[in-house]
Design a protein. Structure first.
Length: 96
């Protein structure tokens, strides 16, 4: 968001909320409706390509104080389609 003008950021702020996920907690599952973009503020999430097998496709691990963080969930939000992967907290994680 650092590339947006201040007035555009102010419009977005009311829509942003923090959420804490305990390790192992599922944020959303493949097939769920895509209603939000998420940013990892602190911690690690697993992106599970095949949730039944529990195999992580990749991990996103930003630095604890990363201003930009790592974003995920944008594909279904932009396309209007369902989530294509399951997101699980690999450790205690805070997302926005």
């Amino acid at each position: 968001m650092r590339h947006l003008p201040a007035d555009r950021i102010e419009q977005i702020l009311p829509c942003i909320s923090d959420r804490h996920l305990q390790a192992g907690k599922i944020l959303f599952s493949a097939g769920d409706p895509g209603d939000a973009l998420h940013i990892v503020a602190r911690g690690t999430v697993d992106v599970l390509a095949n949730p039944e097998c529990g195999i992580a496709k990749r991990q996103e691990k930003p630095s604890p104080n990363s201003a930009s963080g790592k974003a995920f969930g944008e594909m279904s939000l932009l396309s209007g389609g369902p989530r294509t992967a399951t997101i699980r907290a690999a450790e205690d994680t805070r997302i926005s």
